[in-house]
Design a protein around this ligand. Structure first.
Ligand SMILES: *Cc1c(COP(=O)(O)O)cnc(C)c1O
Length: 421
């Protein structure tokens, strides 16, 4: 029996309507930018498996670091114990994160990285004797599938059924260069009518919303206003982190630094699940007290798993290497040339690019998981390219090791799609 048929027996897949879905394609191996299915077909992983495998799949530097760690220390409780991989990783991360970040809290995925950020912010105010019960977020953001993260996400098929159980959230539009004053006065009202604890945002690029990009100056003004009102700024860099926007973190494009940063996805180079929530010294200090209960009593069993730490350390070394930094610049330059070719295409309504992220919107209206979107997906797979259009948005977020000829193959397939659809 094929893996695809065996899969159908017991497996419940994420983001899948099993009544109508055809079944999952079994992937048996991956190397560099390629995924291989059970028939031996290769596909260029043009979205780096949800922006994780940024240095390529089964990268030798990452696999050997994890293998070496595996033979030394597999896992140990992270309360009362510590270990070198966690310490090394904390030092490396602090050296590349925005300057004000001082403390590293470990968890195990992107949603929990955000969940922890929200809980840190709420308890920060609580410990200081303030009751703050409201969060602020962008209308169309995506922050994950746990309840806090769902609450601050824009309403969609992901979180709709759970709306009545959400935390209290006020939503604002993203700054588009023309609506800043409107947003700022709306925020002033929100701050005066509610007790706001924190503002949660994906800096500059909203991933799941369709790689939507917003104004840097506008975001800067929003963050400044938050700071003036003692509203903590929580940057969800789960998608944008580790070089994708052309800088190590999207927050590096801004002058105002977040109080809390959430990391996952490319953190471990696509090798192991891990999330991290970093924060400032000021936030950490608000949890110091003789009373035990003022500490942060949040833990995940696999916190700071040494194998994940080893993968992350090797990943950061790669990120900071000359080779990867040059690759990022090269991909950006290729993307820019392709954008010029399609910007005036009659079937393209908008194009955008930041770092290695490139997105275009088709003029055709499309349901997020509708038929046309599925045919578009099939078109790319037939061409040997794994792309996941989001509604009428086609986006590329390739591993940094992709070559110019592989990029050209993707661009050509997109041009072909523009002819067909
Ligand atoms: C993917 C993502 C998350 C959720 O991460 P998971 O590891 O899937 O739980 C949160 N925020 C952003 C911006 C993301 O892209």
């Amino acid at each position: 029996m094929s893996l695809q048929n065996r899969d159908k027996k017991h497996i419940w897949h994420p983001l899948t309507q099993h009544k109508t879905s055809e079944g999952a394609l079994a992937i048996v191996a991956a190397k560099g930018v390629y995924l291989y299915d059970e028939k031996g077909n290769g596909y260029i992983d043009a979205i780096a498996s949800w922006y994780t495998a940024m240095y390529g799949h089964c990268n030798e530097k990452i696999t050997s670091a994890v293998a070496a760690q595996m033979l030394r220390l597999d896992h140990v409780v992270f309360t009362g114990f510590t270990h070198e991989p966690a310490i090394d990783l904390s030092e490396k991360l602090i050296s590349i994160l925005p300057e004000n970040q001082q403390k590293i809290f470990f968890n195990d995925n992107g949603s929990t990285a955000v969940e922890v950020g929200i809980k840190m912010a709420l308890q920060y105010h609580h410990n200081k004797g303030f009751k703050k019960n409201t969060l602020v977020a962008f209308e169309e953001g995506f922050h994950g599938d746990t309840f806090g993260a769902m609450s601050v996400s824009g309403l969609s098929v992901y979180n709709g059924p759970f709306e009545e159980f959400f935390l209290k959230v006020e939503r604002i539009p993203v700054p588009n260069g023309a609506n800043e004053n409107e947003i700022l006065s709306r925020l002033e009202i929100i701050f005066s009518e509610n007790d706001c604890a924190a503002f949660v945002y994906e800096p500059l690029v909203q991933g799941a919303a369709g790689m939507k990009m917003h104004s840097r100056e506008g975001l800067e003004k929003i963050l400044k206003l938050c700071k003036r009102n003692n509203v903590l700024c929580i940057a969800d860099e789960v998608m944008t982190g580790f070089g994708k926007t052309g800088k190590h973190f999207a927050s590096n494009h801004l002058n105002t630094q977040p109080d809390i940063i959430c990391l996952s996805k490319a953190l471990t180079a696509g090798m192991m699940p891990m999330g991290i929530t970093s924060c400032t010294q000021d936030i950490f200090d608000a949890f110091l007290d003789d009373a035990i209960g003022k500490g942060f009593f949040h833990a995940h069993t696999y916190s700071a798993n040494p194998l994940a730490c080893a993968a992350a350390i090797a990943g950061i070394d790669l990120l900071c290497s000359k080779e990867i930094q040059l690759a990022i610049e090269r991909i950006e330059a290729q993307h820019k040339q392709f954008l010029i070719r399609i910007i005036d295409h009659p079937k393209v309504s908008a194009v955008r690019q930041l770092g290695v992220i490139l997105a275009l919107d088709l003029k055709t209206e499309m349901e997020r998981y509708g038929d046309l979107r599925n045919r578009l997906y099939d078109h790319f797979m037939t061409d040997g390219i794994y792309l996941r259009p989001l509604g009428n948005t086609i986006y590329i977020l390739p591993p940094y090791c992709i070559t110019n000829s592989e990029l050209k193959k993707i661009y050509d397939s997109i041009l072909k799609a523009l002819k067909i659809f």
